[in-house]
Design a protein. Structure first.
Length: 118
């Protein structure tokens, strides 16, 4: 696809109402769109709420976070990349979100994550 000035359009977002006709676009895009050489992909949704890589809390991103850094492995006030814990150290991971031991803050099983994911 090209713009009026001849430059290529990299991506096009088409928002369609839910219907059987709208689903047909995924079956044979050239036939539906009248175009050839295009790829049609269904949108995907990330599972669960977003988690900040700075403070490890849910609902915002690190680029918008001004909280003190918290380690995903040990919940101490340092960034995860500076943590001394690793698989070989034998230390039990600690979760900053539910204040418990046995899993890191990125674990998708704690009740807090399950509650936020609904």
């Amino acid at each position: 696809m090209h713009r009026r000035d001849g430059t290529e359009i990299g991506h096009v977002l088409a928002v369609l109402h839910k219907s059987d006709t709208a689903k047909d676009i995924f079956k044979s895009p050239p036939k539906v769109c009248g175009l050839s050489g295009i790829i049609v992909e269904a949108p995907y949704r990330k599972s669960g709420p977003g988690q900040c890589f700075r403070c490890q809390l849910y609902g915002h991103a690190a680029q918008n976070c001004y909280a003190q850094p918290r380690c995903v492995k040990c919940r101490k006030p340092h960034s995860t990349k500076d943590c001394k814990r690793n698989k070989d150290s034998g230390d039990i991971p600690e979760c900053v979100n539910c204040n418990s031991e046995g899993h890191p803050a990125s674990y998708k099983g704690p009740p807090l994550f399950q509650k936020r994911n609904r």
